[in-house]
Ligand binder design. Structure first.
Ligand code: GCU
Length: 644
């Protein structure tokens, strides 16, 4: 098994339907040709013999019918004993992968008519020009080496992987633009960028770049980056004109402005709309788009200040600007109001931009969710967010229906298995499928991924799915309780440190005493709850109706608070931590039971990761529980060990 192919390692299948022996029809576009290439290679791998090609219609065959246009949808229908795949070039590509996947899953005639929910479905890489990856847990960058961009064989493998699960865009450099990444705009790397863009483009994947808002100063030597300054506008216009002309398939820019020390329009007393619109005008002649991040908050807060609430910041900043952005601007908001914690409410901002394109950002890189050393299957969480009703409207009210695009911070690197933890590849696959169809079922995704990856041994499939599907709740139980967030080691964000962020500048406090914990975010507190639609605000502001898993996100609560099942809050925290660790042990045992059933190298790699997960989970359990015990001096009702 070649694990570097991930879910594209097509395995031999007995008794394939006979149409896989012949391919007919003609394809013209690059993507159409890629579709044909994939079908030939896929059928060959599954059959053990190459299919024949014919320009005539033969029966039974797989007939490709390429339409003209940029459309991404496809229809795959039965035609007698054969099948017909119809679509524009990109559609054929997605349809081809759909067919191959479903043949590999054992279906003979997987009929489907489908088109993607969003026109932009992408990955954000936090890759730096020096080859390192910010929050990267699977090796170094494969886009950058020795200070500059490179196009390698992995770029092509990557493009295939993205297309095979429905993704069509990739922003290859870190939102924190530093070092040589600045020069991506300058023309210095046009040759490399052109190569990368062409390689991605063969598989329908557009290239995006992160840019620095102050590039006119850093690169252009101008005295200002004021978006209303004529010189600045002209600089961006000219820079875009040469870059877009030199790099076909460049789709636009991603910008982190006025965020965590990054430059932005606020420096010049201008709004985010003025900043984003200026760039939008510069890229417009090239059909370009601006993805403008909303991750804007005060990151130099004084912990003594109890009025400022980081959770409020994005809505406070961006909701009043709704409707002021140009059509080619997308506001990119993280799924929660703070920062990719294991449990956060859905960001209220997602419901507050009805007149603006919005782009939902998830994080596949498991920065706060175990850093690809712990198993944490995320598609179920993504689906929860996408399905969430924002309660602003009677209809078309879910997050999935309120956004226009999706992206995720990538979890890939140059590790042989791409994602560090072999099981983390399921997150990448799952995100792709959900970006195409936000109603895709996370349990089904897990099953498909397991079969495509490890083959069709029911015991393996059942065990892998059991591990994946319980993993998020397990991780949550042994780490940070009930939405409170943080409590991790500052900087690295791995391992427990209950007060690590308590007296820091990042605006992430729990303010625990011996009696109570949490920040009150109802109207008597910071008022964050009131950023939601009235029905949700009412639900969240009341401790009784607030969802329990988010209790400590929304409220300051005494440890004696009764949970719905009668336990005290403190006892619930103790119980979760003991249970969470036991569940982690159970997952590790389940994996052990697959020895000999999954390829030995993958088995070993995952076994190693489980060792680390258990070590770390034990630290989390004992440090969090002991910390609460020391603070409260209330023992565990069950008499389990807590440390003084
Ligand atoms: C987190 C993360 C940073 C990242 C930032 C962002 O805070 O720790 O590394 O730069 O998010 O999303 O911009």
């Amino acid at each position: 098994m070649d694990y570097s192919l991930l879910w594209l390692d097509w395995k031999r299948r007995e008794a394939l339907p006979s149409y896989t022996g012949t391919l007919c029809g003609e394809v013209k576009t690059g993507e159409g040709k890629a579709a044909l290439r994939e079908l030939i290679a896929g059928f060959q791998a599954m059959r053990g013999r190459a299919p024949t090609l014919s320009s005539q219609k033969e029966s039974p065959c797989l007939r490709l019918e390429e339409l003209e246009g940029p459309g991404e949808g496809f229809s795959l229908l039965r035609e007698g004993e054969g099948m017909r795949l119809r679509g524009c070039g990109k559609g054929l590509l997605y349809g081809a992968f759909y067919l191959l996947r479903h043949l590999a899953l054992g279906e003979d005639f997987p009929e489907k008519t489908s088109s993607p929910a969003y026109p932009i479905r992408m990955l954000d890489h936090w890759d730096n020009a020096d080859g390192s990856v910010e929050r990267g847990y699977s090796g170094n960058s494969f886009f950058f080496r020795e200070g500059g961009p490179v196009c390698t064989a992995r770029t092509a493998d990557y493009a295939r992987l993205l297309a095979s699960c429905g993704l069509n865009g990739s922003c290859i450099n870190n939102v924190n633009v530093k070092g040589n990444a600045l020069y991506l705009l300058s023309g210095k790397y046009n040759k490399e960028l052109r190569e990368i863009a062409a390689c991605l483009g063969e598989y329908g994947v557009a290239l995006w770049l992160s840019v620095s808002f102050s590039a006119p100063m850093e690169l252009g030597g101008l005295p200002t980056a004021d978006p209303l300054d004529e010189g600045v506008r002209a600089w961006w216009r000219d820079t875009c004109a040469s870059l877009f002309a030199a790099v076909p398939n460049l789709a636009g820019f991603l910008v982190k402005a006025d965020s965590e020390g990054r430059p932005g329009p606020h420096t010049y007393g201008r709004s985010h709309a003025e900043g984003a619109n200026m760039l939008a005008q510069a890229v417009e002649p090239w059909g370009g788009k601006i993805l403008w991040r909303c991750f804007v908050y005060n990151c130099t807060q004084d912990w003594r200040d109890t009025k400022t609430d980081r959770a409020r910041a994005q809505c406070d900043t961006f909701a009043p600007l709704d409707g002021l952005f140009r059509d080619n601007v997308y506001l990119q908001a993280k799924n929660g109001p703070v920062d990719f914690q294991i449990r956060e409410p859905v960001s209220p901002l997602l419901g507050r931009l009805p007149h603006t394109n919005s782009l939902l950002e998830f994080q596949l890189a498991q920065e706060y969710t175990g850093q690809q050393r712990h198993v944490c299957y995320l598609p179920a969480m993504f689906r929860e967010v996408l399905d969430f009703r924002l309660r602003h409207r009677e209809e078309q009210d879910t997050v999935a229906e309120s956004i226009q695009a999706v992206t995720a911070v990538s979890n890939t690197g140059d590790d042989y298995n791409w994602t560090g933890h072999d099981l983390a590849a399921a997150n990448l696959f799952g995100f792709g499928l959900l970006s195409w169809d936000p109603k895709a079922d996370p349990a089904k995704i897990a099953r498909e991924w397991s079969i495509l990856t490890f083959g069709n041994d029911p015991r393996v499939t059942e065990t892998v799915c059991r591990i994946l599907l319980g993993s998020r709740e397990t991780y949550e139980k042994y780490t940070v309780p009930l939405g409170i967030g943080w409590m991790c080691v500052p900087g690295v964000h791995y391992g427990p440190s209950p007060e690590g962020y308590e007296y820091d500048r990042w605006g992430t406090y729990h303010r625990a005493t011996c009696r109570a914990i949490g920040v009150e975010r109802g109207p008597e507190g910071t008022g964050y709850t009131e950023q939601y639609a009235p029905a949700l605000a009412a639900q969240y502001r009341d401790v009784e109706t607030c969802p329990e898993e988010l209790l400590l996100f929304f409220h300051r609560v005494p440890y004696s608070h009764r949970m719905k099942d009668g336990r005290t809050l403190l006892q619930r925290i103790y119980d979760d931590h003991f249970e969470g660790y036991e569940e982690a042990e159970e997952m590790a045992r389940a994996w052990e039971s697959l020895k000999g059933r999954v390829p030995e190298d993958a088995f070993r790699r995952v076994q190693e990761r489980f060792r680390e997960q258990l070590r770390s989970a034990r630290e989390w359990r004992d440090i969090i529980n002991s910390w609460f015990y020391r603070l409260t001096m209330i023992p565990d009702k069950m008499g389990r060990t807590l440390y003084l």
